[in-house]
Design a protein around this ligand. Structure first.
Ligand SMILES: C[S@@+](CC[C@H](N)C(=O)[O-])C[C@H]1O[C@@H](n2cnc3c(N)ncnc32)[C@H](O)[C@@H]1O
Ligand SMILES: Nc1nc2[nH]cc(C(=O)O)c2c(=O)[nH]1
Ligand code: SF4
Ligand SMILES: [Mg+2]
Length: 211
């Protein structure tokens, strides 16, 4: 298995339950809901993506020929002076097009807790420690259980209530980042306050000016 990785970098998890936690981000190349090319955005299933996941040319990116080589690259991004609390967030693109049992096991072997950010259209490998599913309206949701359900809000046809029966520990609304982000944020705050099943997830890294 060769893993195509856009970038690997160390930062703070910006979103959701683990916001503020130091983490290596491993961004997998490619997605099944958009080509990643601006010319295709209008006809993509997922049209609001804020991420460049095309190719393998980012910081620390590349083609990794084995699970162990991938895990070694992740480990290299963890600060050498800090041995413990190792945490990797596998994202993308859509990480579950590539992340497999072997990659999760290799990351565990190097002491990492493994989190995944996924659109929920592919079954995750075994052993993932934190599964965050972000459903996309118009795409089939096959992952109906996990740790965190993080819905970008608003989405046409995306009434949050339709997800409440699913088996997640926590339900979050993340304001859609587009030209109207501030008004989407106010709407998300209002929705959470009226429907306390839902909590707010801000993309704090964008406010902090970090990756
Ligand atoms: C870039 S995606 C990669 C992982 C996976 N493909 C997914 O969609 O969950 C990472 C997270 O960013 C969210 N996201 C993407 N574009 C966004 C935007 N414009 N505003 C707010 N959140 C966004 C996604 O919903 C997801 O929770
Ligand atoms: N700091 C930071 N936190 C994040 N949480 C989820 C992200 C993602 O793109 O999946 C992300 C990201 O790109 N940067
Ligand atoms: S599913 Fe995730 S990576 Fe794919 S286009 Fe949507 S937000 Fe971006
Ligand atoms: Mg991001």
């Amino acid at each position: 298995m060769t893993y195509l990785i856009k970038e690997i970098f160390y930062t703070l998890q910006g979103e959701g339950t683990h916001a503020g936690r130091p983490a290596v981000f491993c961004r997998f190349s490619r997605c099944n809901l958009w080509t990643g090319l601006e010319k295709d955005r209008y006809r993509a299933i997922c049209k609001f993506c804020d991420t460049d996941f095309v190719g393998t040319d980012g910081t620390g990116g590349g083609r990794f020929g084995t699970a162990d080589e991938l895990a070694e690259a992740v480990e290299r991004s963890w600060p050498s002076e800090a041995r413990d609390h190792r945490f990797v967030v596998c994202t993308g693109g859509e990480p579950l097009l590539q992340l497999d049992d072997a990659a999760v096991a290799a990351l565990h072997d190097r002491g990492f807790e493994v989190a995944v950010e996924t659109n929920g259209t592919r079954v995750p490998p075994v052993g993932v420690d934190w599964l965050c599913v972000s459903p996309k309206i118009g795409a089939e949701l096959v992952v109906t259980a996990g740790d965190e359900l993080k819905l970008v809000y608003p989405q046409v046809g995306g009434d949050p209530a339709q997800f409440e029966h699913l088996d997640f520990q926590t339900f979050r609304l993340q304001p859609l980042d587009d030209a109207e982000r501030d008004s989407h944020t106010r709407a998300a705050v209002e929705y959470c306050m009226k429907n306390p099943r839902w909590s707010l997830s801000l993309q704090t890294h964008k406010y902090l000016g970090i990756r």
